[in-house]
Design a protein around this ligand. Structure first.
Ligand code: TA6
Length: 296
């Protein structure tokens, strides 16, 4: 992965982590421990790579991802926050899809070593430019544990005087060997089909991924299982109200400059999300967490 990203080391941060830079001057955190290797971009607080030792990567990154800080990164785990999809009415029009957290530089606020892996702490704070998009004062923290599993906890802390309401997603692009024969289990029976007028529909049994899909599952199990012929990926979500499943398929991939035409064949987004129109309201001085744990 470091080769694909053409990273040059900047400095060692801990026994298992190093800060590196690409040719465009963007900063990345590279982690190599006994359990796994991972790369996290400070732009967007964006996990780009996670590979358990001796196993195949679990996270997909587009070969054509733009990594110069000019646009959201295609692949990895984009942090969609403080809204999901188009901005809701309460936020206003002319705002970027999926919020602004994925296109801001985050601060690296800590790296520590533990028996279960390397713990990385990243933060994003409100400032004049975030207040221009969204009026609230906040601290957004992302804790990433790179161990046998990859764990993410996204904490929204209200540092202002008024309640804030947010939506979000940990928009995970899973790396899969092939979609042929793959099945997704644990999604529950009811979903909103965003490709068909956002109608609510029913699905019984595991989901094969054999066409374009953009679905919001409303009553999913805590653990989603992506079954391939040789492997089962588990995604355990916490404090979400829905699980989004997305694959653009051939037509969708062709329409995206930052995805190879064949890119859709080896990825599947399974996202821990807060998509409900009411969002989650956080009182002043209070916080709320959204989480996921990914393993194979
Ligand atoms: O999570 C699914 C989705 O909201 C889709 O509607 C699709 O557009 C995708 O996210 C990617 O969005 P992006 O803004 O990253 O191109």
């Amino acid at each position: 992965m470091r080769e694909q990203l053409q990273l040059t080391p900047v400095r060692r941060l801990s026994a298992t982590s190093e800060l590196a830079r690409n040719a465009q001057g963007q900063e990345f955190l590279c982690i190599d421990n006994e359990h796994a290797s991972a790369v996290i971009a400070l732009f967007g607080g964006h996990v780009l790579h996670f590979q358990p030792t001796g196993k195949a990567p679990l996270i997909w990154l587009s070969q054509r991802a733009v990594l110069d800080g000019s646009k959201p990164i295609r692949g990895g785990i984009p942090i969609c926050w403080p809204w999901f999809g188009p901005a809701p009415e309460r936020v206003g029009t002319d705002k970027p899809a999926h919020g602004f957290a994925r296109t801001r530089p985050w601060s690296l606020t800590g790296v520590s070593e533990g028996q279960s892996g390397t713990l990385v702490h990243l933060s994003l704070y409100s400032d004049d430019s975030t207040r221009a998009q969204w009026e609230h004062d906040f601290e957004l923290d992302l804790d990433v544990l790179v161990g046998e599993s990859l764990s993410l906890v996204l904490t929204t802390r209200n540092t202002g005087q008024q309640p804030l309401t947010y939506n979000a997603a940990l928009h995970t692009y899973l790396a899969v060997e092939s979609l042929e024969g793959l099945q997704v289990d644990g999604l529950g029976p009811r979903y909103i089909d965003k490709l068909d007028g956002s109608q609510e529909k029913q699905q019984l049994g595991p989901l094969p991924v054999d066409r374009a899909m953009d679905r919001i599952y409303l009553h999913a199990d805590t653990c989603i299982r992506v079954r391939e012929s040789e492997r089962e990926i588990q995604v355990i979500n916490g404090n979400h109200d829905s699980v989004v499943v997305w694959n653009p398929w051939a037509e969708g991939a062709k329409g995206m400059a930052d995805m190879d035409d064949d890119g859709y064949k080896t990825m599947l987004c399974v996202e821990a999300a807060i998509t409900g129109s009411a969002g989650v309201t956080v009182a002043p001085d209070d916080e709320h967490c959204l989480s996921c744990v990914i393993s194979a």
